[in-house]
Write a protein that binds this ligand. Structure first.
Ligand SMILES: NC(=O)c1ccc[n+]([C@@H]2O[C@H](COP(=O)([O-])OP(=O)(O)OC[C@H]3O[C@@H](n4cnc5c(N)ncnc54)[C@H](O)[C@@H]3O)[C@@H](O)[C@H]2O)c1
Length: 378
């Protein structure tokens, strides 16, 4: 019998953006085998897609409830062990909750839920279930992001005093200016996307990147969001000033109407001894700055990197790895956890990161609606 972890996929069909990233990432380290799925709410499209990617169709189900019922009938050694949730946001909570209640491990896309209240309920559900839960903040899997985390932990930057994260995309620009178009994307529909579009979709990545790399928790924020049109119910651009428990402060700048921008996530972190600069579109270069030396460039795969970073490279230096590898590193960490093997807590984001994300999103909305006031993050 295969030693691979039996993976189920919810969403992520041929019509989706993120499905291919998860499928390829799950294969990359030879740990998972897709054995069941509901790729799409339309059963025919579901089966057609399974055939297209050569997955046996006998465990492709008409909907998520059927998947759970039918999988539970199978002997444990055949049953799906972990399900990945890649649907629009509003389905994350009901799917994750029911999966946990029935003993499955879960890998869930961000934002973990559509409200903070749901996130707390899910956290309680996980406590009772005792299974593994990961949230795919994709960028935490990059070797150079992991290197920042480990170097900051080792004191390389000294005391952190300023953080600036920018996440600029332009994909909504051709959509948002036409009423008919802006009413057809699920990300601008609060019923499907949740509290927020821009902060919920990409601001939350920026927020997680700060907490993941610095190891510090953001304490409070003041947000100013932009909706651009009266009838648009969702933020499509925004800025959040942030404060930590220490004297450190920072800013999160996020936009989906930054015309011409692609996936421009960039973080700069400044401590009293040094600084880091890292950009997602150039992920294999980590710029290390100081007052008294020329700027250094750290790159993946070299022995000078931390174990956590080296663990995330498969090839020698100079063989560029990218976003598929970054997601694959998260899947690798989850595989270790499922198998009860030792792993570094930086190998995959957890329920706590999911809850913090929803707290951030809720705080941005509350701060903006309250007239741009400072809000403590729960
Ligand atoms: N981690 C990242 O960097 C990242 C990037 C993009 C998207 N995402 C997240 O991934 C999720 C999906 O985003 P996307 O851009 O792929 O969306 P999408 O609209 O492109 O795809 C959604 C998929 O879910 C399927 N689906 C819808 N309802 C379903 C149901 N009831 N049962 C099963 N499948 C169903 C659709 O058929 C489609 O295949 C979102 O939560 C999004 O925030 C994360």
């Amino acid at each position: 019998m295969s030693k691979k972890i039996r993976l189920g996929i919810l969403g992520g069909g041929g019509d989706s953006l993120i499905g291919v990233l998860h499928r390829i990432a799950s294969f990359m380290n030879d740990n998972y085998q897709i054995v069941g799925a509901v790729f799409n709410p339309d059963f025919n499209a579901n089966v057609d897609f399974a055939k297209e990617i050569d997955i046996p169709t006998n465990r492709v189900y008409k909907d998520f409830d059927t998947l759970i019922v039918e999988e539970l009938k199978l002997p444990k050694e055949e049953r799906i062990q972990v399900c990945t949730i890649l649907t629009p946001n509003f389905l994350h909570f009901p799917m994750a909750k029911k999966l946990l209640e029935n003993g499955f491990h879960v890998i869930c896309e961000k934002p973990m839920t559509t409200t903070y209240e749901e996130a707390i309920i899910l956290q309680e559900t996980l406590k009772k279930a005792g299974t593994i839960f990961a949230v795919t903040y994709t960028y935490t899997g990059y070797p150079m992001v992991r290197q920042m985390r480990e170097m900051i932990k080792d004191g390389a930057l000294g005391t952190i005093q300023k953080v600036d994260v920018r996440y600029y995309q332009g994909w909504l620009n051709p959509i948002v200016h036409e009423k008919a178009k802006r009413s057809t994307t699920w990300r601008l529909d609060p019923e499907k996307a949740g509290l927020s579009c821009c902060m919920g979709d990409i601001g939350v990545h920026a927020f997680n990147m700060i907490e993941y790399t610095t190891g510090m928790q953001v304490k409070s924020l003041l947000a100013d969001l932009n909706y651009l049109y009266e009838d648009n119910k969702m933020d499509i651009d925004g800025t959040a000033l942030i404060r930590f428990n220490t004297n450190a402060k920072g800013v999160i700048r996020a936009s989906q109407i930054a015309t011409g921008e692609e996936n421009g996530l960039a973080i700069t972190i400044y401590g009293n001894k040094g600084g880091f600069r890292w950009e997602q579109e150039n992920p294999n270069h980590l710029y290390v700055m100081s007052d008294d030396k020329p700027m250094q460039v750290y790159k993946p795969g070299h022995a000078y990197n931390s174990d956590l970073s080296l663990n995330g490279t498969k090839l020698p230096p100079g063989h560029p790895e990218g976003i598929f590898d970054s997601m694959a590193n998260i899947y690798l960490g989850v595989a270790k956890a499922i198998r009860g093997e030792k792993y570094n807590d930086g190998e995959f984001p957890t329920m706590l990161d999911g809850v913090r994300g929803l707290s951030f999103i809720q705080s941005c909305i509350d701060s903006h609606n309250d007239g741009n006031t400072w809000i403590d993050i729960k």
